[in-house]
Ligand binder design. Structure first.
Ligand code: HAM
Length: 430
């Protein structure tokens, strides 16, 4: 027997009808398209413009941007070399967007860019529900604005998308990571506090003690969480400008009617954040509860070679997790991509007529499908209803003689006779 192939573990085929396979994404392509349309509609209301960057990026960009010591860069990159160049399949889209912004000098056109994106990302994580090796993000970035209103706008936009989809059971956690003046002092204080407990720490946390101590705050280990209860808080070290910034963000988010908690342990898994950091969680998602995350990254552009600092803030969200969350609510809505008309034909002449008539109806804007070879009427009507067609036009020898077609409304299960010349009126019916 010849070899057969399967998709790579942690990746999925998105197919029109996933009920046929346990391997495909459990969400139909129609459900994916519907989510993408809602995202596009909400970000349009915020005046966001779309940016599309390549899936392949220079490894160095991602390593510098996200941080060498992060899990993403140190463990989870799909990277390879070719022709003396190191490439990576992008694990996220913020660093690529900032690269593009700098490379094309986009501030020339608009000093404050408000950009959104939708596309695949890749992380070599251990696959489980809600965590994949190829997953899809949508997100938005406001680049060029240092003030807290940009943070608020980004958070409102993110939350609006979930609200639009009926998701209300979510928790927004907010924190401020301070700036480059306050953070080193806080890191030193945290190290000093944790050092005497070095031997009680997990191996991962011990290795983070020297070079990435803030990530210890993110620990899921209950013993470490208890230990951290008495640890110094960043809020005691925060510079006054960052504090003012954070207070305004909290005030405005509260005013927008978005419930949130201030989580002093929220640090996020990417190193580019300064000041605001946030995460949106859904208790309905299980272990992988983060729907979306983001924050301010005022130093990323300089890290990526910009002479001038470029303040920016954004969020990104996982589409798979959003689909899981909406389906938990029993919402399986999908874009109805069924054709308007299915032409069923009987006999060779009628089949040719069907092909020509389909073309004519398409030029009137209709979505029209025909059988491509002769089949029984029963098989064609079954095909039409499987494809979720609205009408079936049935044409055989008699209909060709009289130039009048039998038309079946497949939703209402009614039937009528319509002259060929009037068939385009079917497309105008609601
Ligand atoms: P992130 O928290 O790494 O942030 O990812 C954002 C979202 O992508 C997560 O909340 C989650 O929904 C989804 N996600 C991440 N990894 C996976 C995975 N392996 N499988 C399924 N879904 C996943 C960022 O990527 C930042 N770029 C966010 C940002 C934008 N910060 C500023 N601007």
């Amino acid at each position: 027997m010849s070899k057969t192939y399967k998709n790579i573990k942690g990746t999925f085929d998105i197919v029109p009808d996933p009920s046929i396979s346990k391997d495909a994404s459990p969400f139909s392509s129609g459900q994916w398209i519907r989510i993408e349309r809602v995202v596009r509609d909400v970000v349009r209301r915020y005046g966001m413009q779309e940016i599309r960057t390549p899936i392949l990026e220079p490894l160095d960009l991602i390593a510098r941007g996200i941080g060498q010591l992060t899990d993403i860069v140190s463990k989870e990159m799909f990277a390879f070399s070719r022709d003396n160049t190191d490439y990576v399949l992008r694990p996220e889209i913020t660093a690529p967007v900032v690269r593009a912004y700098l490379q094309h000098n986009m501030s020339q056109l608009l000093p404050v860019q408000q950009l959104f994106y939708i596309g695949p990302c890749f992380r070599a994580e251990r696959p489980q529900k809600g965590r994949y090796r190829q997953f899809h993000q949508f997100g938005a970035e406001i680049i060029g604005e240092p003030g807290p209103m940009a943070d608020v706008e980004v958070i409102r936009c993110m939350v609006d998308i979930y609200k639009e989809l009926g998701i209300t059971n979510m928790e927004l956690r907010l924190n401020s990571l301070g700036d480059e003046t306050s953070r080193p002092q806080y890191k030193a204080a945290l190290q000093e506090y944790l050092e005497p407990h070095r031997n009680d720490l997990s191996e991962t946390s011990r290795s983070r003690l020297e070079d990435n101590v803030l990530r210890i705050l993110d620990t899921k280990n209950p013993d470490e969480q208890r230990l951290l209860q008495d640890a110094p808080r960043l809020s005691a070290f925060i510079d006054s400008e960052s504090e003012d910034h954070f207070n305004i963000v909290c005030e405005m988010v509260d005013k927008a009617g978005i419930p949130f908690v201030h989580d002093p342990f929220l640090v996020r898994g990417l190193d580019y954040y300064t000041r605001t950091a946030f995460e949106l969680e859904s208790p309905d998602l299980g272990a992988q509860s983060a729907l979306a995350g983001g924050g301010r990254y005022d130093l990323l552009a300089t890290e990526l070679g910009s002479k001038n600092p470029v303040p920016a803030v954004g969020f990104a969200a996982g589409i798979e997790r959003l689909l899981i969350a909406v389906s938990e609510l029993g919402d399986t809505a999908a874009i109805d991509d069924g054709p308007d008309i299915y032409i069923a034909s009987l006999g060779d002449t009628a089949l040719k007529w069907a092909i020509d008539t389909a073309a004519a109806l398409r030029s009137d804007g209709g979505a029209v499908v025909t059988a491509l070879a002769q089949k029984s009427l029963k098989a064609q009507l079954k095909d039409a209803s499987k494809r979720n067609a609205r009408y079936a036009i049935i044409v055989g020898e008699d209909e060709l003689q009289s130039s009048v077609a039998t038309v079946r409304d497949l939703r209402k299960s009614t039937q009528e006779e319509i002259p060929f010349a009037s068939l385009p009126t079917l497309l105008k019916r609601s």
